[in-house]
Design a binder for this molecule. Structure first.
Ligand code: SIN
Length: 433
């Protein structure tokens, strides 16, 4: 079956949904997602979204992002992120996203390596709130369709121009021809034994890019979050204990109840300190303690984490939480410019699959949703201004058709092979396929 659309968007996390919302209403848009629409990492995000407090905060926010990123960031991309942050937060509020308030204004929390409180949040379920409000806003758009359980197998290429994607939907294979294609396929956490990510996120976008020599960047920059709930029963999606607990005062302590690190240092430093502490002790975890903040405060500010830990037998209003580092985020990805354009014409990448360069070697806390918003809106603006005629193609132009059935396996293999060339730490964590 063949479908022709103006814009194909692969992925329904923040980057996918928000780019669809920002595209012109006269474009015919199709979003596809591998799983059900809500099974994205956005809906799991807890902490919040960074935003400059005001123009006076721009320089400090830029500096915090560069410092956390070990100055490996693109300064231009960081400035873009920061300067456009307030505008994008206002836009999602207009779309219906609500954030916690205090004294008549937004309530800002803190996380590691931020010099000041500048993270807007909805209790500890900011991603769910953002995802649901953007999806709801999208339902009013007559020009947008969403196909669930639809997997991108490969992109369609003609003369090094992207002209859509080949997908499978159940048993059916569909060629979706598009004038513009946006990859918003998320990260690589599903390739790791222990990750906060959904299992379905297996670096598919990166695999496709590698296969077609589309430029990638910083693939070895993989972030481990210091505090996932320790759970030895399964090697899979781990429950995140948000950094915002530490931002609100929670302490990391070892088995003897002693603090061993400044909890609000950059994420990579805290994760390493936790690993070191685990090495020294007899336990594969340390503890995070917020119990001293009192039940009312904890259940109101962190209801999701309170409930989830209680299901695991831990009452965080009374007990310390066993935590350990797990894979959390991929700073590297498909190299893009400030309009999210890849090195292939008519192919864009936004969100975690992309590498804008904003994060450098280590992402500053709560900059991921902000990056997804800022740079997916930029992609849409670029498309709105420049959408051209669809290339005329026949089926014989589609590359590699005969092997499509195997491509979901090949995608994983390609990405794993790429990472195997990289760091020992990553190799040890990769799932054995
Ligand atoms: C968290 O809530 O700790 C995660 C936020 C992030 O990934 O930046």
């Amino acid at each position: 079956m063949d479908i022709i659309v103006d814009v194909l968007i692969v992925g329904t996390g923040a980057a996918g949904l928000y780019s669809a919302l920002n595209l012109s209403d006269n474009l015919n848009i199709l979003l596809i997602t591998k799983d059900s629409v809500d099974k994205c990492n956005t809906s799991l995000a807890q902490g919040g979204i960074s935003v400059a407090r005001d123009e006076k905060d721009y320089d400090l926010f830029v500096q915090d992002t560069l410092k956390a990123g070990k100055y490996k960031n693109s300064v231009e991309a960081v400035k873009t992120l920061v300067y456009e942050s307030i505008d994008n937060i206002n836009e999602v509020i207009d779309y219906g996203t609500t954030f916690d308030k205090e004294n008549g204004g937004l309530r800002y929390t803190k996380e590691g390596a931020h010099s000041i409180n500048r993270i807007v949040h909805n209790k500890d379920e900011t991603g769910k709130e953002l995802f649901e409000s953007l999806l709801e806003a999208l339902k009013n758009k007559k020009n947008v369709r969403i196909f669930e359980n639809t997997t991108l197998i490969d992109i369609i290429i003609n003369n090094n121009v992207c002209c859509g994607g080949v997908v499978t939907k159940g048993e059916e294979r569909i060629n979706i021809y598009s004038k513009e294609t946006i990859l918003a396929t998320g990260g690589i956490g599903g390739l790791f034994k222990n990750s906060t990510s959904r299992r379905s996120l297996t670096g598919d976008g990166i695999a496709i890019a590698l296969r077609h020599n589309i430029k990638t960047s910083d693939l070895d920059y993989v972030q481990f979050h210091p505090t996932a709930l320790y759970d030895d029963k399964v090697n899979c999606e781990k429950f995140l204990i948000s950094e915002s607990l530490r931002g609100e005062g929670a302490k990391l302590v070892n088995e003897n109840g002693k603090r061993f690190v400044d909890e609000l240092l950059p994420r990579d430093i805290v994760a390493r300190a936790v690993y070191d502490e685990e090495e020294k002790s007899s336990k594969p975890y340390v503890y995070l303690d917020i119990s001293f903040k009192g039940k009312d405060y904890i259940t109101n500010r962190f209801p999701g984490i309170y409930k989830k830990c209680l299901e695991s037998g831990i009452d965080i209003t009374k007990q310390k939480i066993p935590v350990t580092p797990v894979q959390h985020y991929h700073m590297g990805g498909i190299a893009v410019d400030l309009s999210s354009r890849t090195s292939m014409d008519h192919l864009f990448a936004c969100g975690e699959v992309s590498c804008t360069g904003v994060h450098g070697a280590n992402r500053l806390a709560s900059n991921s949703l902000l990056e997804a918003l800022v740079f997916s809106r930029r992609a849409s603006k670029c498309i709105n201004e420049s959408i051209g005629e669809i290339a005329s193609l026949s089926l014989k132009d589609i590359k590699g058709m005969e092997t499509f059935e195997n491509y979901s396996v090949i995608n994983k293999t390609i990405v794993i092979d790429e990472f195997k060339k990289m760091r020992e730490a990553i190799r040890n964590e990769l799932v054995n396929y």
